[in-house]
Design a binder for this molecule. Structure first.
Ligand code: SMO
Length: 765
């Protein structure tokens, strides 16, 4: 890895913070076009049924209403009905996903009809006048399989194993973006062009999908994302309502705007993580040999989400069980099932929290069974530092992990031994304290081998374009997008460092779909892939500058220094970057031929030699459990993480904190609960318990830095680390607090009622 200039590896604030906190963000809400219509949807009130009749006549006559569209009205303009298919798993075929339900509704909240009107109030009033008649169909349980994955190996040793078994149940969760999904789209029939603004993580993906959907050439479509108020995976998909809104502008030739309400977000955003798991840890030779087995069942919803599919969670679960540990054997199966619920899809960390919780719970069970300290037991079982690079029994390639190093540092900052002592003392006073220490790995920066091979148009290639401006500053355009992570600020720091210029002289923007190519934000890839591309581009520009000046001064480029915006030779010759730019753009005759070409460069980067990167870390969590009520109070959180080179410590820690907070939400409160008829029971913030600020404990975060092999930058990615490890750390701490009476909770969320019942059943048993 390149050693970055220390001055730029600092915790500078996000460049866009000032704009956002002063209310000048350019979110979808702020985009308004002349003659723009507002769109509202009729959504299915039932989870499964056939549409018998739709009467739109009253709605169509309402003032301001320009159009009421149903499946029959839009069929003719759809060139290709969305349907999720994966070349790597041909058996997994989703039902067709028409933008407006075509005769058959499969989940509550599925869009059925669209109203476009002069104002949003008019559109919403008209929606309420559309009358629908359905023949209800049965809402089924886990009976129709959608995909099956089986992984693993035979156990290596013939020794007799003791199996310790556990079953788990994980609740459905969603991403809860602060800004709901939204789109402004404008089709101009006079020149057959489509302009889209969308609150999305990947404008390039939207461009390709929409072109296919409408049968339009890609170069007639431009997709812009602007500011996006949170993504978390939710905004990585292209939804039926967004497609329907695009059809409306295509048919009407007028701009339209659609912004989901919070209720619509709860009913239709991607959901994830609903799992039932049976797992076991197998112990031999008194715990010096371990193996793991697991069966994962995941109801994915009524459709496999378009276009990436809904099977990512189960693949991650099946492959990552036991990943940080030396296993003698490992066998998993992961099955997905169709259910009359919204499609599950990518949510921060895609599936990884599930095997992490299961693995760490099994490790805790084994340590208790053996009478060993859970930390010491983990240390003994870690993959050997000398065994890397390796591929785990689950099939995960790893260049290098730093497990023991992370654990050593965690023990120090937690003062683990002191915590164990005080835990014993407190218990005598009736305070039930729990300490959870867990290990996680985070798969990051996924390369082209996943979606490329699957035939899903999600690029993993990142392009960066840099141009030297007339005043000596540089303009950088990246294919990465930023929904609050601070990726653009990180790229700014990388470019400034490489070029030897001030941070202030560098401006970075996310490209629209017609600019620098890239996949947008997913899989913690921003700095690892787009950052690497920006480093390659900045390096190329720096070498070009030195080459031009070298020819100008008749000095070998390698004898020139570029520092603080000035290029100097060994003697007294010097020129500022600004003067060089002036010459290049206005007096090219004073520079060597071809110089202007060298001052605007573009570089692309795609992961090579490995399918993804792997970061790792450990977390410690301290809780109190109230024996009278079962309430859990999270007191402290510690994280030691290795994401390779750290570009901006404040932004890296911010990612970990936010992720850990989402993890706490997943374990303690969040639950998209559906009744037996497929009706969402927790569709508001009164019922869907996202943790509030007061529930998030103080966090201490430290880093071990193992630069990524094979890249110049050395970063591995960190965006999902907190959500991957967070749930396991809280879960482990809660069970540690109640283990002394033999109690254990394995159904999430770990609500006071569930914890209380676990305590009571142990005490009465
Ligand atoms: S939601 Mo992430 O695993 O791309």
């Amino acid at each position: 890895a390149t050693v970055m200039n220390e001055d730029t590896l600092t915790a500078i604030p996000r460049s866009e913070s000032g704009r956002l906190v002063t209310g000048r963000g350019r979110f979808i809400h702020t985009i308004n076009l002349p003659r723009m219509l507002h769109v509202a949807f009729v959504r299915s009130p039932i989870a499964h049924g056939r549409i018998q009749r739709i009467d739109t006549s009253c709605a169509a006559e309402m003032p301001g209403v320009e159009a009421v569209l149903t499946a029959g009205d839009v069929r003719t303009v759809i060139a290709d009905v969305p349907i999720t298919r994966l070349d790597i798993m041909p058996d997994h075929v989703s039902p067709e996903q028409p933008p407006l339900a075509d005769g058959h509704v499969r989940f509550q909240g599925e869009p059925v009809a669209l109203v476009a009107a002069q104002t949003l109030d008019q559109a919403e009033d008209a929606v309420s006048l559309i009358s629908m008649k359905y023949d209800e169909l049965t809402v089924s349980g886990n009976i129709i399989p959608a995909s099956t994955v089986e992984i693993g190996s035979e156990f290596r040793n013939s020794a007799d194993y003791v199996a310790l078994e556990a079953s788990f149940s994980f609740a459905r969760q969603t991403g809860v973006t602060l800004e709901p999904r939204g789109i402004v789209a404008s089709y101009d029939p006079s020149d057959d062009r489509l302009e889209i603004w969308i609150s999305h993580q990947s404008p390039q993906l939207v461009q390709t999908i929409v072109a296919k959907f409408l049968g339009m050439p890609e170069n007639r479509i431009i997709v812009r994302t602007g500011d996006v108020g949170g993504g978390f995976g939710v905004k990585l998909h292209v939804y039926a309502d967004e497609m329907a809104a695009i059809l409306a502008t295509r048919l009407l030739g007028l701009p339209i705007k659609y912004i989901a309400t919070r209720s619509e977000a709860f009913q239709s955003d991607a959901q994830a993580r609903e799992f039932d798991v049976s797992a076991a840890i197998h112990l031999a030779a008194n715990g010096t040999q371990i193996g793991m087995t697991g069966e994962f069942e995941n109801p994915i919803g009524a459709y496999s989400i378009y276009p990436r599919s809904s099977i990512g969670d189960s693949i991650q679960a099946a492959t990552q069980l036991g990943a940080p540990y030396k296993l003698d054997g490992m066998k998993t199966s992961a099955r997905t099932f169709w259910r009359n619920k919204p499609p599950s899809g990518a949510i921060r960390g895609v599936g990884q929290p599930i095997p992490c919780v299961v693995t760490e719970h099994l490790m805790d069970m084994a340590a208790r069974h053996l009478g060993e300290d859970p930390v010491a037991f983990r240390r003994k079982c870690y993959l050997d530092v000398g065994s890397f690079p390796l591929t785990t029994l689950g099939g995960i390639y790893m260049d290098q992990l730093s497990l023991t190093e992370c654990l050593d540092l965690l023990m120090e900052i937690m003062d683990y031994e002191a915590l164990r002592t005080s835990q014993r003392e407190l218990r005598e006073q009736g305070v039930w304290r729990g300490i959870g220490v867990i290990t996680f790995i985070e798969q990051t920066a996924v390369g082209p081998g996943l979606y490329g091979a699957a035939g899903v148009p999600a690029t993993s290639v990142e392009e960066c374009r840099i141009r030297l401006e007339v005043d000596g500053g540089v303009r950088v355009e990246t294919g990465a997008t930023d929904q609050g992570q601070g990726t653009l600020t990180g790229i700014r720091q990388i470019v400034a460092s490489e070029l030897g210029i001030d941070i202030e002289s560098v401006d970075v923007v996310s490209a629209d779909s017609g600019g620098a190519r890239g996949g947008g934000a997913w899989a913690s890839r921003g700095l690892s892939l787009a950052g690497e591309a920006s480093l390659l581009a900045a390096e190329a520009l720096r070498l070009n500058i030195l080459e031009i000046v070298g020819e100008l001064f008749q000095i070998a480029p390698s004898d020139l220094q570029l520092e603080k915006g000035i290029i100097r030779g060994a003697g007294r010759e010097e020129i500022t970057i600004a003067d060089l730019a002036q010459l290049a753009w206005f007096k090219p005759y004073d520079l060597p031929k071809g110089s202007s070409d060298k001052l605007a460069v573009s570089r692309s980067y795609s992961l090579e030699g490995r399918p993804h990167l792997v970061a790792n870390g450990v977390m410690g969590c301290l809780v109190n459990v109230d024996p009278e009520t079962g309430a859990v109070d999270v007191l402290r959180h510690w994280v030691v993480e290795d994401c390779g080179t750290v570009i901006n410590p404040a932004l890296v820690d911010g990612q970990i904190m936010g992720g850990a907070a989402q993890g706490i939400g997943q374990v303690l409160g969040e639950d998209l609960r559906y009744d037996e008829n497929g009706q969402l029971l927790s569709g508001t913030f009164m019922d869907y318990a996202v943790p509030r600020a007061a529930a998030i404990p103080p966090m201490e975060i430290r880093h071990v830095v193992t630069p990524q092999i094979g890249t110049k930058l050395g970063t591995k990615g960190v965006g999902e680390a907190g959500t991957v490890g967070g749930p396991a750390s809280v879960w482990s701490a809660v069970n540690d607090a109640i283990a002394h009476i033999g109690a254990s909770v394995t159904t999430a969320p770990l609500s006071p009622e569930r914890v209380f019942r676990a305590i009571r059943s142990s005490q009465s048993g």
